[in-house]
Write a protein that binds this ligand. Structure first.
Ligand code: IMP
Ligand code: MG
Length: 179
């Protein structure tokens, strides 16, 4: 398996700073609590970088969501495996995801609904990468780093069978042609 660099570390960092600036602009009141919730594990590097680029107080927390697995259905079998530790009442919450693909994971985890039910002041979605051509449910990101074509990407937190998360860049995974 080979990984071909697609978005360099510098390109990622520059865009992360722009997204952080957008978030700062949208939440100018330092007294309004802002909570960024990373979806494990893929979003951890993106979250770590974006919070360091936001020049205002911000809390962080994490959730884990079961993947819908190989048998892709819309049967609602996605579950929240690890819930937030933080209270969300009255806070502006931004869910931070590595990549928005079909949208099934976020939609059928009901994470957005759960946060609203707990009286978050607002709930937004921030994704590093967006593959709109693959979307199967009506879900859009309020903040998105890059729109990408339908390819399997790894690095900067994203994996293939738990590998490549530590790459500082985003690469496209090339499956070797059979001999
Ligand atoms: P969705 O439910 O189809 O939107 O997919 C959500 C999750 O699938 C993402 O948060 C990733 O963890 C994973 N995923 C989707 N596409 C890719 C990819 O190209 N590389 C690595 N992980 C991916
Ligand atoms: Mg993910």
């Amino acid at each position: 398996m080979q990984v071909e660099e697609y978005l360099s570390a510098e390109t990622l960092q520059a865009r992360v700073r722009e997204l952080a600036a957008e978030i700062e602009r949208d939440f100018p009141d330092p007294d309004e609590p802002l909570l960024l919730v990373g979806v494990l594990k893929g979003a951890c590097l993106f979250l770590a970088d974006i919070v360091r680029a936001i020049n205002r107080s911000v809390e962080i927390d994490f959730v884990a969501i079961s993947s819908y697995g190989a048998a892709t259905t819309t049967s609602g079998e996605v579950r929240i495996l690890k819930d937030l530790d933080a209270a969300v009442h009255g806070k502006h919450v931004i869910i931070v995801e590595d990549i928005l693909d079909t949208g099934l994971t976020l939609r059928f985890s009901y994470l957005i609904e759960a946060l609203k039910a707990r009286h978050a002041a607002s709930v937004r979605v921030c994704v590093l990468l967006d593959k709109p051509s693959r979307r199967r449910v009506d879900l859009h990101a309020d903040y998105r780093g890059f729109e990408i074509p339908d390819a399997f990407v790894v690095g900067y937190g994203m994996d293939y069978a738990e590998k490549y998360r530590n790459l500082p860049y985003v690469g496209i995974l090339k499956l070797e042609a059979p001999e």
